[in-house]
Ligand binder design. Structure first.
Ligand code: GP9
Ligand code: MN
Length: 432
């Protein structure tokens, strides 16, 4: 109803963060290449297992001056896992409290997503490259509503048995075998690569592994480092191609981890590898491991580096649009530009918990982010502040749920936006 829509509009307009003039438009007109690192957690970055870097190439990007690298960026997924990450990154709207939005609402809901905005505002073509079948998480329907022009799913690659892992084509093959499609994309393009090899239980055939596993008594924890290393090699090979092909200098590369790889229940096995004790491991430690990498690699950038701003997947779209010189105020987006002086550093998780630069709120308890200690007797000032933020997080999540469950974007057309007609897209044709 219009009051429901007005409540959402009222919140998002008040919550909007104006772009930072120092970064607005610095990537204008560049191709955008998004690399979705499956199940890849931030703790892997700059981590050494038995003295050996697990992900040397990603580390070189993270530590370099041509990348904005976020050290306090959190995944905010619910049960939709990868699809929740995709929904947040390309709509700046949360997933559902239960289940996958893509599966439950993705076929019939109205979206005003990144591919559509970039195409209409700046003439971007768009494609997804993913080695799984297109119907997984209902993607082949959802992507048409997002305005993706092409979806190169498993049917476009040689998927004989030894090219596959459980969720599809091995990552090195995905990056390699998709080149013939990428090279026919009209520029500027917005393309997304969804990797799968680094997925629970992190099994990988011997001929593809070149990194010694860890030696805890949990095989999936041990093998996590092996498939993370493989993924790192795959990304390096892709960058080598980008440089050789000349695409590198005409593009920016957005790299993110979609969510945790090691679940809370297995963190006790991981603790010792992080120099922590399983005996004292608690909810605060679990939350700290919800960090995932978020890097924006901009060839030629000289003053990038590690950004300590607190943020999450919900913030990516307004951040990206502003870097491309595309204003975002007219859209209904729950995130804010990470570079903005007005960026909201309260990071909401799907279960209502949240973290901020100074403290975390977990199932009713407050923790000091610097010491990790629970603040059992908060000052009245802190208690009031946490209460306010708790209310805002709950408001934000419930307004996002209202937008999704009532499909409110049907009733809102942003300035100069042409509603997407999913019938205009057909992913089965040969690449036309
Ligand atoms: C497969 C991919 C699997 O297409 O979505 O990752 P998940 O959704 O389980 O995180
Ligand atoms: Mn995933």
């Amino acid at each position: 109803s219009s009051t429901d829509l007005n409540k959402v509009l009222d919140f998002t307009q008040k919550h909007y963060a104006a772009a930072n003039p120092a970064t607005y438009g610095i990537a204008k007109g560049k191709n955008v290449i998004v690399i979705h690192l499956e199940s890849f957690q931030q703790f892997l970055i700059n981590y050494k297992l038995n003295g050996q870097e697990v992900t040397p190439f990603l580390n070189s990007l993270y530590n370099g001056k041509s990348t904005y690298s976020f050290s306090n960026f959190f995944n905010q997924v619910g049960q939709g896992k990868t699809s929740d990450a995709e929904n947040m990154l390309e709509n700046s709207v949360y997933g559902l409290p239960q289940g996958s939005l893509f599966s439950a609402l993705g076929t019939d809901n109205t979206f005003q997503a990144a591919p559509a905005i970039l195409n209409q505002r700046a003439g971007y073509s768009s494609a997804v490259f993913h080695g799984n079948k297109g119907s997984f998480w209902n993607r082949d329907n959802v992507y048409k509503n997002l305005g993706y022009q092409y979806f190169f799913d498993a049917s476009y690659y040689n998927t004989n048995a030894n090219n596959l892992t459980e969720y599809g084509l091995k990552d090195k093959l995905l990056f390699h075998d998709s080149i013939k499609y990428l090279e026919r994309m009209q520029q500027p393009f917005y393309v997304k690569y969804i990797t799968v090899t680094n997925h629970f239980p992190y099994a990988l055939d011997k001929k593809n592994t070149s990194f010694p596993a860890a030696n805890t008594d949990d095989t999936s924890v041990n093998d996590y480092f092996v498939t993370a290393h493989y993924l790192d090699q795959a990304v390096k090979e892709f960058f080598d191609y980008l440089k050789k092909s000349g695409l590198y200098d005409k593009s920016i590369v957005v790299i993110y981890g979609d969510h945790y790889g090691i679940s809370d229940s297995r963190n006790l096995k991981l603790a010792s590898l992080l120099g922590k004790s399983a005996d004292t491991w608690n909810d605060f430690d679990n939350m700290q491991l919800q960090r995932v990498p978020f890097m924006i690699h901009i060839p030629g950038l000289k003053n990038g580096g590690v950004q300590t701003t607190y943020g999450g997947e919900i913030d990516v779209l307004p951040t990206l649009l502003h870097l491309l010189g595309i204003s975002s105020k007219r859209y209904i987006q729950f995130g804010t530009d990470l570079f903005s002086k007005k960026h909201d550093q309260t990071v909401a998780f799907r279960n209502g918990n949240f973290t901020t630069p100074n403290y975390s709120y977990i199932d009713g308890s407050i923790y000091d982010n610097q010491t990790g200690e629970e603040i059992t007797h908060p000052s009245s000032k802190l208690a009031a502040k946490v209460k306010r933020e708790n209310q805002q997080v709950n408001t934000e999540l419930s307004l996002s749920d209202s937008l999704n469950n009532k499909n409110l974007l049907r009733y809102y057309v942003p300035k100069d936006f042409t509603p997407i007609n999913p019938k205009n897209y057909n992913y089965k044709d040969d690449f036309g």
